[in-house]
Design a protein around this ligand. Sequence first.
Ligand SMILES: *[C@@H]1O[C@H](CO)[C@@H](O)[C@H](O)[C@H]1NC(C)=O
Length: 227
Amino acid sequence: MLQNILLSLFHKLITLTYVPVVVQIVGFDGVEVHGAHGYLLDQFLKDQVNDRTDEYGGSLENRCRFPLEVVEAVVNEVGADRVGIRLSPFADFSEAGDSNPLQLGLYMVNALNKFNIVYCHMVEPRIGSVGGPDESLRPMRKAFNGSFIAAGGYDREDGNKAIAENRADLIAYGRLFLANPDLPKRFALNAPLNKYNRLTFYHENPDPLVGYSDYPFLDEESNRVAS
Ligand SMILES: *[C@@H]1O[C@H](CO)[C@@H](O)[C@H](O)[C@H]1NC(C)=O
């Protein structure tokens, strides 16, 4: 009962406050629903952490229900052409692993097709520790009707290769982008990259700007070398 009240409050919170603020007031182009890496929605999806006995737990359909309700609510608020989602069926961060990540990923992309959202952004199995070494995102890429974004340990070369082989429409870069504010330019020029410093990830440094917005741009770097 309490859980259902909390769910419905959360639902209201999303539709009444967060989404309109983000899109209509802040002026962002869209909303990415974070359904990955052990955060709230991923905890519903994964059978190793979802121990609910109501209609939000148990079967695959039940576990996917709340994340899909969130997607539907956001779509109703801002329009499907402004909504994407991030999923990591193969990852088990925060103990959120699944016994059948392929089945989970396929169920989600097929269900997401009905909403016509812009993209599905999925994390490569090689980043998580669930699933065998031969697992790939291909079945989800094939099944999803919108744009498919793959993420996870890509560099310039194998990102280009994945696109050339039609394994994704787009590649997402996290760590490389953090360390290289002009990553697209560097990729275009095939210029050297700043190395990221893992020790400054996740606010471990007392100064929040260190490792966040202080990596040099290409020009600054060459100026620095020149001066
Ligand atoms: C997704 O694309 C396939 C192949 O083009 C099509 O048959 C199917 O109806 C589409 N699904 C939805 C929900 O639009």
